[in-house]
Design a protein around this ligand. Structure first.
Ligand SMILES: [Zn+2]
Ligand SMILES: [Zn+2]
Length: 224
């Protein structure tokens, strides 16, 4: 049995997946949250930090991978990302951002300029899906492109899915679903949401806001 612990900060969320003997941290946020993430992991028990074997990045945006190399040093674990999104960590910059509206057009120059420590991931996820049992977690990862090409979701069939930025909570109503930023074409997002919902999760856990009720997500994307 894997339990999912939410670690929430003002800019986003990471999830600690606790298996019987090993744990996986989903995403790492920006570097400035390192201390509070480590504090939350330690709060789970004296041996909790040593149990983390992997930081699994949902995608190659800096607000998710920026803190990963620092946490890797502190936890002595590996970092995994889908090969299609590895350009983010390797350059320490956001992948090219496509814009849909004026707000994104105005924000893009600033967001594109932010830098983080570049690093080489240890594990490259390939293809469309895989199993996490090697890391002691009873779940699968599936590729869910839309927000980025190499975005992944982690699915616990019939229970929960961690979706990164595929779907986010609304800024002013975090438990209501919304399209993520930096998406020019909504069609692949919708197709990936459909893919996630095929695993019949009751709840979707997002990188920003949430938790999101699966039925509400289905209605929001007109997948009823
Ligand atoms: Zn993102
Ligand atoms: Zn994000």
């Amino acid at each position: 049995m894997t339990s999912i612990v939410e670690i929430s900060t003002p800019t986003g969320k990471v999830y600690l997946l606790e298996g019987q003997e090993r744990s996986v941290l989903v995403d790492a946020l920006n570097d400035w949250w390192q201390k509070s993430i480590l504090r939350s992991v330690r709060r789970r028990g004296e041996d909790a930090p040593g149990r983390v074997k992997l930081i699994l990045l949902t995608h190659g945006h800096l607000d998710h991978f920026g803190g990963a190399p620092g946490l890797r040093r502190r936890l002595g674990c590996q970092i995994a990302i889908h090969r299609l999104d590895a350009g983010g960590p390797r350059t320490g910059r956001n992948l090219p951002l496509s814009t849909r509206n004026l707000y994104e057009k105005m924000a893009r120059p600033f967001v594109s300029r932010i830098r983080a420590e570049p690093f080489e991931p240890d594990v490259m996820l390939e293809g469309e899906e895989g199993d996490l049992s090697a890391y002691g977690i009873e779940a699968r990862w599936i590729r869910t492109p839309g927000h980025t090409e190499g975005s992944i979701s982690i699915v616990f069939p019939g229970q929960t899915a961690i979706v990164g930025d595929l779907v986010v909570g609304r800024f002013n109503a975090p438990r209501r679903p919304a399209y993520p930023l930096w998406v020019k074409d909504p069609a692949p997002v919708k197709a990936s949401v459909r893919k996630v919902l095929e695993y019949s999760p009751r709840t979707l856990l997002s990188g920003h806001g949430g938790p999101l009720d699966a039925d509400e997500v289905r209605r929001f994307f007109s997948l009823v």
